[in-house]
Design a binder for this molecule. Sequence first.
Ligand SMILES: [Ca+2]
Ligand SMILES: [Ca+2]
Ligand SMILES: [Ca+2]
Length: 326
Amino acid sequence: MKYNRKTHRRQRPTFARTQTLSVFACAVVCLIGCQIITADETAPKPAVAPLPPAPIYKSARPIKIDGELNDPAWTAAAPIEVNYLFNETDKRDTRVPMIVRFAWDDSYFYIAYEIFDTDLVALDDGRIKGPPGNQRKAAKPWAPDEKVDIAEFMFHVGDDMYLWELHHNSLNHFNEVFLTLFGSDSDLYDTAFNFLGYMYQDEITFKDRGDIKFKSAVHMMTDADGNPSTPNNASDVDTGYTGEIRIPRLWIPTERITADDGSRSPSREIRILSVCLNGNDGFEYHHSSARRPGAGLFANGVKLFPRYILLDQTAARADARREHGR
Ligand SMILES: [Ca+2]
Ligand SMILES: [Ca+2]
Ligand SMILES: [Ca+2]
């Protein structure tokens, strides 16, 4: 799939007033993202191989979604540093603005993260999403004049063209967006379905399935004097916050792993890009968990999203015991 920004600039339609604000916001995010990397837009992109897959362990017990990361699953999970520089290739920042952990069980995929920020800003976009009884305010993903901050997770869900883009902030606003990527050879590319290379569907929402319900929470970090961080209050110096999200597994498809000999592994794989956007300086800068998120938009780098394998270590230990006759 190729994305030619120069071509697209010529073809870019004028925004009509009928387009939703959220689509507009997304488009502007994309434009800003593109501007950041304008300097090397004509240069060949360096070849950067994706990193080998990292494990995501199955949680032995349900994780309490309260924003506090003291559950055993989070102790066991490997921390993922989100500090690759957005406009560089394979370069990490000297500081780590965000740390992410993942876990899963039969019902849910879980996300935990820490964000370190001296001035937390969290805005909703005015919409209420979610099924009856489980509604939430939708996070606003982009507002440079208001220095908005956002945690973002992009899940590849199939065929290198379907993605979830999830937004969460320090006031527990949440927004799920379904992206469909179009290549320039697609018949849908130059149509109203497409803007800047993909269709952005932010009206979709994670519906609950019986007792299996989406849930998210946040918890403010405290400073050395015990004062909690205060979103949308710039009169103090914040420390940051922690977030927890659980998503019904039915919404998070995973890929089968096939070995070179054609055999199927019982484990499943998923590609996830974690992104931290901090608007402190009035210019929103992204850090990500990928060595390079791709040419321009994060979504276009889906092949380089970090890969993870969902491992059931309990089942693996049982297999090993059987194999060794124990
Ligand atoms: Ca917890
Ligand atoms: Ca504050
Ligand atoms: Ca901030």
